[in-house]
Design a binder for this molecule. Structure first.
Ligand SMILES: *Cc1c(COP(=O)(O)O)cnc(C)c1O
Length: 399
């Protein structure tokens, strides 16, 4: 591949190195060359969007095993449009009345409490903004089939099941169990599988609708993918003439996702995995030599075929806490953004999936530099204050 010019400095943007994962806040993923090419070719031309989505439907069906598919603005938009679709079907007048749900026979969505995640926004909001009421079953740490069964009513329009490292990872109903109980009452099941590599497994395991992000593992432009039965997908598509309008996906999103799905099929996954594992081994070797750092290679918690390096930081020996090290890496030159959503537990992760060649060494170098600095000037900030600072910084935007 030819060397790509880095356009960031000219805009005054920091050239961040992403060992965090495919994060919306960092621009999601590196878009694959096939999708870049398709987007570039289509941008100057007009297309009939209904036709383009019809072609996308066939590509999504081929990739997922669903009957049909549609591209949305994001997985989050996919959840909203699917919930809306399951309340109003193809009734366009009812679709235009949303979020007014009066007169609709079904206007409730059921979720397990332990699935109530925040992926940058609270998932319940993507349900509620349609007008649907969210009903929660079970407790944060445990849901039984009887609790789900007891929470379904004649007004339940859908069950929403989340597959994510963010959900409580024990005590939750399996997808087949969740789907079995929902289906026994005629309730369709939506699976939010935004970050999951498995494009066929959730539909195969009993989901009626599976939703993915176009811009995560697939390396497409920002978009969502909704796959499922033709009747439901048609109703999801029709929401683009109603509440989905404010979540519009453009031709670049649709063609980019089509290209990314095709590229995914042709990708040499073993080769990608071998390269990522090489980064992990390099980091583990370099970091295990640093006092107070304990690097361990951990498989992805939801079973995606990837591993990450968990770096436990003992502040007494390293002279720095895990969060201070994360912050110093983020504030450094070049900025290195680690995966720190569990940092209060004393560790962060390094994710190997989004690196340009050579960046893996810069990551190891920067961690070594910050550890050496901490050895002579120890730092141990209060985590609560750090969290407050981050919220304040968010509220100050654009300064
Ligand atoms: C990332 C993510 C989302 C949001 O996906 P977008 O396509 O960015 O809207 C939703 N659910 C889960 C489980 C996610 O991981």
């Amino acid at each position: 591949m030819p060397e790509i010019r880095d356009p960031r400095p000219a805009e005054g943007l920091r050239p961040v190195i992403n060992v965090s994962g495919t994060m919306t806040s960092l621009g999601a993923s590196m878009v694959v060359p096939e999708a870049i090419r398709a987007v570039r070719e289509f941008l100057p031309h007009f297309v009939e969007m209904a036709d383009l989505q019809r072609k996308a439907s066939a590509v999504i069906a081929g990739a997922t095993g669903g009957e049909a598919g549609v591209v949305t603005a994001s997985a989050s938009a996919g959840v909203s449009q699917t919930v809306a679709a399951l309340m109003v079907g193809t009734d366009l007048a009812a679709a235009e009345r949303l979020p007014d749900v009066s007169g609709l026979p079904r206007d409730e969505v059921i979720m397990q409490l332990g699935h109530l995640v925040n992926y940058g926004a609270p998932i319940d909001q993507s349900v509620r903004l349609t007008g649907a009421r969210l009903r929660l079953c079970g407790t944060a740490t445990e849901t039984g089939e009887y609790q789900l069964a007891g929470s379904l009513t004649d007004r339940t329009a859908a069950g929403l099941y989340v597959v994510s490292h963010h959900v409580v990872n024990y005590g939750q109903l399996s997808l087949p169990a969740f789907a079995r109980v929902c289906h026994s009452r005629g309730v369709p099941v939506i699976v939010d599988a935004a970050s999951e590599y498995d494009l066929r497994g959730f539909l195969a395991a009993g989901a009626d609708v599976a939703i993915y992000s176009g811009h995560k593992f697939l390396g497409g432009p920002t978009a969502g993918i909704v796959a499922g039965p033709r009747e439901i997908i048609r109703a999801v598509y029709l929401q683009s003439h109603a509440l989905g309008r404010g979540m519009k996906v453009g031709k670049e999103g649709v063609i980019g996702v089509m290209a990314a799905l095709r590229a995914w099929k042709n990708r040499d996954h073993a080769d990608v995995r071998a390269r990522e594992n090489g980064y992990l081994e390099l980091w583990r070797g370099r970091l295990s030599g640093l006092p107070g750092l304990t690097p361990v290679i951990c498989p992805d918690p939801t079973g995606n075929p990837l591993s990450r390096l968990r770096v436990r930081v003992d502040p007494d020996r390293a002279g720095i806490t895990a969060w201070d090290l994360a912050d110093r890496l983020a504030g450094g030159d070049p900025p290195v953004i680690v995966r720190d959503h569990e940092v209060e537990l004393g560790y962060f992760f390094l994710d190997p999936c989004n690196l340009h060649p050579g960046e893996e060494r810069l990551v190891a170098d920067r961690i070594g530099e910050e550890c050496a600095r901490a050895a002579s000037e120890p730092v141990r900030s209060c985590l609560d204050e750090r969290n407050r600072r981050r919220t304040e910084a968010m509220l100050r935007w654009p300064d």
